[in-house]
Ligand binder design. Structure first.
Ligand SMILES: *Cc1c(COP(=O)(O)O)cnc(C)c1O
Length: 388
């Protein structure tokens, strides 16, 4: 690894192939994947239908450029808009880029209103990406350390607190948007109270500002709905997606409706690779498979099964603060730092992750069998019991 920049502290394991929820390492040890490369491979590794679409497309056309019309992109956008009730889509290659597009849309929205010093309200502990603008929107001083000066124009308020949000908007005439995750993923699967998103929606409406939802982690069925905001019947003006969108093929999207959908004009924004035929073929197949196999309901059921199982099995364990989930976004918050459990998990042949130092995060695939869900619950409980 001498020739790789050390931006990642990597675990000492290398995977050679995967099928469904399972991965095999270079010594042919088998692991169950309860992380999906951080909410990416929701339909499992080597999904035959996704693979078939990619192979079919790669034999026809991989890339042309957004200088031309791309049928796969139009078909994918139509599907996405129908499901999300948004009006149009900008395609890119990652979650950060999707959020960059959202931030640019919001700034244009302000610019057209004559606001030259625009401000986007963001949340404490938010995660929006690693590019300079999205890092500035991200609420992690650890991630920001050393990368200043950050991009101005972000104002931070506590998550799940509409009083503070209202105060911030009243105190600042240049607020153009509120940007947030419906469930904070990197912060440790933080689920706001049921009325939070609807209240943010009405605050945005009252003040004539945009509501931007970052569903990069929560979207694509993982939450038990196509998009997490459906849990509270709250429609954003701008919606961003990436992670699970291509099941491992890098593709991101920024969707908009209403005024926000009419802001970009030719030359406003762009991406060389964004929405190329290959990426769109992969994402189209992802939508088809999720719908055909009814994986939205399955994610909901699996999430309930796994989390209730964990709650039952871990009852009385004094190191557990809370088990919470929305579909297959599952967090097990402990009262102590438990970062080292990632290595323990590897020893138990399960991939999971710890965020915020004390929350075990499970983001397993939507295609789990009941038996595989049981294996995950058992292994997680064993790791926690051994630690306690
Ligand atoms: C992962 C993530 C991002 C960043 O996506 P990248 O593809 O890594 O750029 C942004 N927002 C949320 C909510 C995420 O979980």
């Amino acid at each position: 690894m001498r020739h790789l920049m050390s931006s990642y502290g990597r675990l000492p394991v290398q995977f050679n192939h995967g099928i469904g929820a399972w991965l095999w390492d270079s010594k042919n040890n088998k692991y169950i994947d309860a992380l999906c490369g951080i909410a990416v491979t929701g339909l499992g590794h080597s999904n035959p239908e996704i693979n078939a679409s990619i192979i079919d497309q790669v034999q026809k056309l991989t890339h042309v450029s957004n200088l031309y019309q791309i049928r796969e992109q139009e078909e994918l956008a139509e599907k996405m808009c129908a499901l999300s009730r948004m009006e149009n889509v900008f395609f890119c290659n990652s979650g950060s880029e999707a959020n960059e597009a959202a931030i640019k849309l919001a700034r244009l929205f302000g610019y057209k209103k004559g606001i030259l010093n625009p401000c986007i309200i963001v949340m404490e502990n938010a995660w929006h990406g690693r590019t300079i603008a999205t890092l500035s929107a991200t609420g992690s001083s650890a991630a920001q350390q050393g990368f200043g000066p950050l991009v101005p124009g972000f104002l931070r308020v506590p998550f799940n607190n509409t009083n503070k949000l209202n105060e911030a908007i009243s105190a600042n005439r240049d607020v153009i948007a509120v940007m947030l995750e419906p469930v904070q993923g990197e912060a440790g699967i933080k689920i706001p109270s049921k009325d939070f998103l609807p209240k943010v929606r009405s605050i945005c409406d009252k003040n004539g500002i945009l509501m931007i939802l970052d569903e990069v982690q929560t979207g694509m069925g993982r939450s038990g709905k196509w998009f997490s905001h459906e849990h509270t019947q709250t429609s954003p003006d701008i919606l961003t997606l990436a992670k699970g969108l291509g099941n491992g093929f890098p593709i991101g999207a920024c969707l908009a409706r209403g005024e926000a959908s009419k802001l970009f004009s030719p030359g406003s924004h762009g991406s060389t690779f964004g929405g190329n035929p290959l990426g769109c073929a992969a994402a189209k197949a992802v939508f088809n498979v999720i719908a055909k196999d009814n994986l939205i309901d399955r994610a909901d059921t699996l999430g309930e099964t796994i989390s209730s199982n964990l709650i039952k099995k871990l009852e009385g364990n004094k190191k557990i603060k809370e088990v919470r989930n929305q579909g297959l976004l599952i967090g097990i918050e402990m009262v102590v730092d438990c970062s080292h459990l990632v290595t323990e998990a590897l020893r138990e042949n399960i991939l999971l992750n710890v965020t915020g130092g004390n929350t075990i995060r499970l983001l397993p695939p939507l295609i789990l069998s009941d038996q595989e869900a049981e294996i995950i619950s058992k292994k997680v409980c064993k790791i926690i019991s051994d630690f306690s």
